[in-house]
Design a protein around this ligand. Structure first.
Ligand SMILES: *[C@@H]1O[C@H](CO)[C@@H](O)[C@H](O)[C@H]1NC(C)=O
Ligand SMILES: *[C@@H]1O[C@H](CO)[C@@H](O)[C@H](O)[C@H]1NC(C)=O
Ligand SMILES: *[C@@H]1O[C@H](CO)[C@@H](O)[C@H](O)[C@H]1NC(C)=O
Ligand SMILES: *[C@@H]1O[C@H](CO)[C@@H](O)[C@H](O)[C@H]1NC(C)=O
Ligand SMILES: *[C@@H]1O[C@H](CO)[C@@H](O)[C@H](O)[C@H]1NC(C)=O
Ligand SMILES: *[C@@H]1O[C@H](CO)[C@@H](O)[C@H](O)[C@H]1NC(C)=O
Ligand SMILES: *[C@@H]1O[C@H](CO)[C@@H](O)[C@H](O)[C@H]1NC(C)=O
Length: 624
């Protein structure tokens, strides 16, 4: 057994609560069991939490930020089980959909490229049918690309309510460019941050889109923990709070931290650690030349790895996350504790003013700002491990200009033109539709990866169709598809027009890493000038999903499907893979063969099926 093997095994045993068994050897397999349920914060299993802090750590106790609300969980944990494996391990996750409300689901392994295992990408209605309630689905794939990833539900808004967790693939020392920079790379230093609502996301979604409710989060979580709600006890005249997360470090050692944003709404998150700087080393699983900063911003779906030198006096230091953009409206923020070994176990004081201050100093990944000496944009970073494939070609095979904005258009889902058009409703009820090139994506009725032939060609539209169809003035939706050939080097010029709002759209492309060739902010708003050049590479045949990672945006169509290759390039569908789609008698031409009550008209219907007088009477009245 090599050192690498031992490391993997230890990771699995120590870090993975969903792990049910393991095997070591030539082909190492890591098994996990995920049970998805509707659950509740501070439920029975929490006993006297938060008045008794010890109770908050009981199994099945999800204290979150202290606000009582329904949640979705995997194995009654928040976040769900962390997966820590090594490069080339086979990951096997058996998902049991036990969601009590009969919703379908799927799990996406965000950042895992799935080359050769495209059917395991976990996008409902793109790569698979939703996993129906009370059924199981086994994901099985090779952990081929190392890095900090995460997993989350990819059906509706489910990841907003708790269906998410860490997924880290560690690599052999000889492949790690930053090996000398840190002494420890431990599961305990994984940090998942996200904005968090005080209710099920679907409630907020319905209120915001169909009525006048806002979409501004008030809270955030770090590793599922935080403080929002105060619990006052009259008996001893004291207040209690739910516990915050504690990161333990040892003075004199250097630790690799892996930060993941499961951000939900338009909520960039500024991360900083009091009295410490951070040496940033990797983004979305890819190493870059180190940059030392006081803080960094992380957007929905992004990951950042940094090294923290524990070189300060033994003590407790705040890890702070501060919500920007829509999260700034209600001052959403949260803290965790960086605790040196030997420091006292202390509670967080609620010094909100201090929590809300910008840390200042050098910052990575600024929000809608030009880069400067102090503000380091992603395009300023130097990749450590550049894939030469995309860069072999100086001219891309295909270029697409993708302009995004919130369009003032009567979207019949939320503003019915006949009854309550945009121009008839007051401001809070006016819903501007987030679109790409004036088109909204609707997912097809069957997954194109497995049932392409079942999707009528007329359901699709593609690049350039918007102008032909007047989509600037009429709401347009379709199965929005870009087609590229297998092996193409593709350039995406992603533009935020910014006419309606000063927003941001963290775009996530499944199946590929991309090179950011440039980015800039040109003006308050633009049309085709503000340019982010993204260079994607189509190495394998499959459909990839490209979408905004803000949950309310993608849910109403800010996305597109990239079809790489033709039908004959598509990988073979695994035997017995579930199918789904529309069904009707007429659609399949066998209506004539099926016994029907109503064939032949009312009199026959009457003789065959109606036996009670009441029904006969009603029928009679209707006829007369
Ligand atoms: C708090 O809860 C723990 C675990 O349930 C229990 O052992 C302990 O006695 C409780 N403490 C108090 C003060 O009730
Ligand atoms: C993982 O597999 C790939 C392809 O089979 C191989 O090139 C690579 O060396 C393997 N990595 C490790 C750490 O074994
Ligand atoms: C660099 O790329 C090679 C080949 O694609 C891969 O095996 C290796 O793990 C990568 N290293 C890092 C740090 O990403
Ligand atoms: C409760 O605490 C408050 C604030 O510390 C104090 O003013 C008040 O006198 C206390 N009441 C009792 C009954 O101890
Ligand atoms: C941490 O930083 C604060 C604010 O700059 C400063 O007041 C404090 O002395 C520092 N603490 C340590 C232990 O360096
Ligand atoms: C686009 O709009 C113009 C003017 O309103 C109209 O004449 C034309 O028929 C429309 N084209 C389509 C394809 O709807
Ligand atoms: C910036 O936009 C405004 C209108 O929004 C326009 O008047 C101005 O010319 C633009 N400036 C540049 C440099 O493009």
């Amino acid at each position: 057994m090599t050192a690498l093997n031992i490391l993997c095994l230890l990771m699995s045993i120590l870090a993975v609560d969903g792990l049910i068994s393991y095997r070591v050897g030539q082909s190492r397999r890591c098994y996990y069991d995920f049970t998805l349920e509707l659950y509740y914060t501070l439920a029975k299993g929490c006993y006297d939490c938060p008045h008794n802090k010890t109770d908050c750590y009981r199994p099945h106790c999800v204290a979150a930020d202290g606000v009582q609300r329904a949640i979705y969980t995997v194995n009654r944990m928040l976040p769900g089980p962390a997966i820590h494996v090594c490069e080339n391990d086979t990951v096997i996750v058996n998902v049991h959909n036990d969601l009590n409300n009969a919703e379908g689901t799927s799990i996406h392994w965000h950042g895992v490229l799935q080359h050769g295992s495209q059917h395991m990408d976990g996008v409902a209605m793109v790569t698979q049918c939703p996993i129906a309630a009370k059924t199981e689905f086994e994901y099985r794939f090779k952990a081929a690309n190392a890095g900090t990833h995460f997993w989350h539900a990819h059906s509706g808004l489910q990841r907003s309510d708790g269906l998410y967790g860490a997924f880290v693939i560690r690599q052999a020392d000889e492949h790690e460019p930053h090996l000398g920079l840190y002494d420890e790379d431990l599961p305990g230093h994984t940090m998942i941050v996200n904005d968090w609502l005080v209710e099920l996301a679907i409630n907020r979604f319905a209120n915001h889109h169909n009525s006048a409710g806002d979409n501004k989060p008030r809270s955030m979580l770090i590793n599922g923990k935080g403080v929002l709600q105060e619990f006052f006890s009259n008996s001893d005249n004291t207040s209690s709070y739910t516990p915050v997360h504690v990161f333990q470090v040892t003075q004199g050692r250097r630790f690799r931290f892996r930060t993941i944003s499961n951000g939900i709404l338009n909520c960039p998150i500024q991360v900083s650690i009091d009295n410490h700087t951070m040496t940033m080393i990797a983004s979305d699983g890819n190493a870059f030349e180190k940059v030392e900063v006081e803080s960094f911003n992380i957007f929905a779906g992004e990951r950042y790895d940094f090294v923290l030198g524990a070189d300060k006096p033994v003590g407790n230091y705040w890890v702070r996350v501060r919500g920007l953009a829509d999260c700034g409206v209600k001052s959403a923020h949260q803290v965790a504790i960086l605790r040196y070994d030997g420091a006292d176990d202390i509670d967080p004081p609620l010094d909100v003013a201090y929590d809300l201050a910008d840390r200042g100093g050098k910052k990575l990944n600024p929000w809608n700002k030009k880069s400067t000496e102090e503000l380091v944009a992603v395009a300023d970073l130097k990749a450590r491990n550049v894939s030469t494939y995309a860069l072999q070609k100086t001219v891309p095979d295909k270029t697409f200009y993708l302009a995004m904005d919130f369009n003032m258009i009567d979207n019949y889902h939320f503003n019915d033109k006949s009854f309550y058009p945009l121009n008839a409703v007051d401001k809070p009820g006016k819903l501007y539709t987030p679109q790409i090139n004036h088109i909204s994506l609707v997912l097809p009725h069957t997954p194109p990866l497995t049932q392409l032939q079942d999707i009528p060609e007329g359901d699709f539209c593609s690049y350039g169709d918007a102008a032909a169809a007047n989509c600037s003035s009429e709401y347009c939706e379709c199965v929005y598809r870009l087609q590229v050939a297998l092996g193409d080097v593709v350039e995406l010029v992603v533009i935020d027009e910014g006419v309606t709002f000063n927003a941001n759209h963290p775009m996530h492309l499944h199946g590929h890493a991309f090179h950011v060739l440039g980015m800039d902010r040109l003006n308050e708003s633009t049309s085709l000038e503000e340019i982010q050049k993204l260079d994607g590479q189509g190495l394998l045949p499959r459909f990839w999903f490209f979408h905004c990672h803000i949950e309310f945006h993608v849910d109403i169509g800010m996305g597109m499907i990239i079809q790489v290759g033709d039908q004959h390039d598509m990988p073979k569908v695994p035997t017995g893979f579930p199918k789904c789609g529309h069904w009707s008698f007429s659609g399949y031409g066998d209506a004539e063969d099926y016994p029907s009550y109503c064939v032949g008209g009312a009199s026959r219907a009457f003789t065959v099926s109606i036996s009670s007088f009441t029904v006969f009477y009603i029928l009679y009245v209707l006829i007369s």
